[in-house]
Design a protein around this ligand. Structure first.
Ligand SMILES: NC(=O)c1ccc[n+]([C@@H]2O[C@H](COP(=O)([O-])OP(=O)(O)OC[C@H]3O[C@@H](n4cnc5c(N)ncnc54)[C@H](OP(=O)(O)O)[C@@H]3O)[C@@H](O)[C@H]2O)c1
Length: 412
């Protein structure tokens, strides 16, 4: 009954993230993603189709009669990427996960609840799945079956997020660093200097903005990137050189560049202090560290560095992994309900035809089968017959609906 639900997916579990790109739908000049997906759907005769691509996975969710064997998977990815290297084709069964029926639904539920994620408990995946669904739905690629599966997956995932601690403890060093900053009671108007404008500090700036820190200055070798990062937190942007002549003082220093030696030397630090002697908070997320060790010994600082945060992140990740069993138990409950829901929906859809068909019988009886006899009747009798037929029509519609509902409840 659920056999038509299929998923083929390639994820971080069996392949390096950078190689997942071999299995996604690549942009083609002059063709939109919608057109490409429509072509795939038609080429393989999928009755419904949903496509999800994130940095950790690509997922093809569809309804079809195929058996997902090696022959099909190879043919499918040959179509998706005609340049797929022979080395990937040779390993296709070891790389792809293929799921059918209830197993496909279980996989969808697991993904939604983030227990299949690289970072277990990261809720972002649920948003990505919903977005992909909404897009495919608006392109009329999906239908009632995928809608039903997605609705249930979202409800199940939300239940996991609110009834387990799967996503509670932060596992990214940047969110942990922000948490430490908040724990250190750094005020919202603290003067925060951010040194470096790479990926890490970009994320850091987003967290600073989220927690409404409002005096942020960003310094970077490339000043355009400093401006981008400063823009995230309504801060000021400077070149790295400006740091050496900066005279505004600071309360907190966030340093993270790819430079391999301490960029914040004791001499520069003294200059930045501008004679202030209060305790400062330093967050150093670089490897190797960007802050000279002598500073930590000679000045009052609270030093938050990446190794400590990494080990905290690892502990939190282990705590999340321990929650997977509880999450699975919740998902199984929702999964058990799915076949009943599915049958109910099928019945509802079949029953939708009943009123139209009964009406058609009535119209045919009056206008075709008994037309001659009806025409011979006087106006009053004709009107009576029409009223009787309308009454019959109304009553007849209810009978099969009631019987179907009762039978359905009995067989549960
Ligand atoms: N990505 C992560 O997940 C992660 C997590 C924690 C810690 N880290 C560590 O954080 C550090 C930076 O990582 P990232 O991912 O943020 O790097 P990224 O995106 O590659 O950015 C590198 C940053 O370092 C600057 N930089 C590079 N070489 C420089 C030089 N010679 N002089 C001055 N500035 C220079 C770059 O300035 P320009 O913009 O001018 O190029 C940029 O601001 C590394 O030590 C990394 O190990 C990374």
């Amino acid at each position: 009954m659920l056999d038509q639900f299929k998923i083929i997916t390639v994820t971080h579990k069996r392949i390096n993230l950078k190689d997942i790109g071999n299995f996604v739908i690549k942009p083609q000049e002059g063709q939109s993603l919608q057109e490409q997906l429509e072509e795939v759907k038609a080429a393989f005769g999928f009755t419904e189709f949903m496509y999800v691509a994130t940095c950790n996975r690509v997922m093809y969710f569809f309804l079809a009669d195929y058996t997902l064997d090696k022959e099909f998977t190879t043919r499918f990815f040959d179509y998706i990427n005609p340049q797929l290297a022979p080395q990937w084709k040779a390993q296709i069964e070891d790389i792809c996960f293929s799921y059918e029926g209830i197993h496909a639904l279980r996989h969808l539920f697991n993904v939604s609840a983030s227990i299949d994620s690289l970072v277990i408990g990261e809720r972002q995946i649920l948003g990505q799945l919903r977005e992909a669904y909404e897009q495919c739905k608006s392109w009329k690629l999906t239908g009632d079956n995928i809608r039903l599966a997605m609705d249930k997956a979202v409800v199940a995932a939300k239940s996991v997020y609110s009834n387990t601690q799967i996503g509670d403890k932060p596992v990214s060093v940047v969110s942990l660093a922000t948490q430490k900053l908040l724990n250190a009671n750094v005020k919202k108007d603290a003067r925060i200097l951010v040194v470096g404008a790479g990926q890490t500090n970009q994320l850091m700036a987003k967290f600073l903005a989220k927690h409404q820190f409002n005096q942020v200055s960003v310094f970077n070798r490339t000043v355009e990137k400093a401006a981008q990062v400063a823009g995230l937190v309504e801060g000021n942007a400077y070149s790295l050189q400006d740091l050496y002549s900066y005279e505004e003082g600071f309360d907190c220093l966030v340093v993270c560049t790819a430079v391999k030696e301490p960029i914040i030397t004791k001499k520069l630090y003294e200059q930045l202090l501008q004679g202030e002697t209060t305790r400062k908070v330093i967050i150093d997320l670089a490897i190797p560290h960007n802050v000279e060790e002598a500073i930590l010994k000679e000045y009052p600082v609270q030093y938050i560095e990446i190794e400590g945060l990494r080990s905290l992140a690892q502990d939190n990740l282990s705590a999340r992994e321990n929650e997977v069993v509880n999450a699975q138990a919740i998902l199984e409950k929702y999964l058990e309900e799915f076949p009943i829901l599915y049958k109910q929906r099928k019945l509802e859809l079949a029953m939708r035809q009943v009123p139209t068909e009964i009406k058609a019988v009535k119209v045919k009886a009056i206008n075709e089968v008994f037309r001659k006899e009806v025409e011979e009747l006087d106006d009053q009798t004709q009107e009576l017959i029409e009223r009787m037929m309308a009454y019959m029509e109304k009553k007849c519609i209810g009978i099969p609906m009631k019987a179907a509902r009762e039978t359905f409840l009995e067989i549960q």
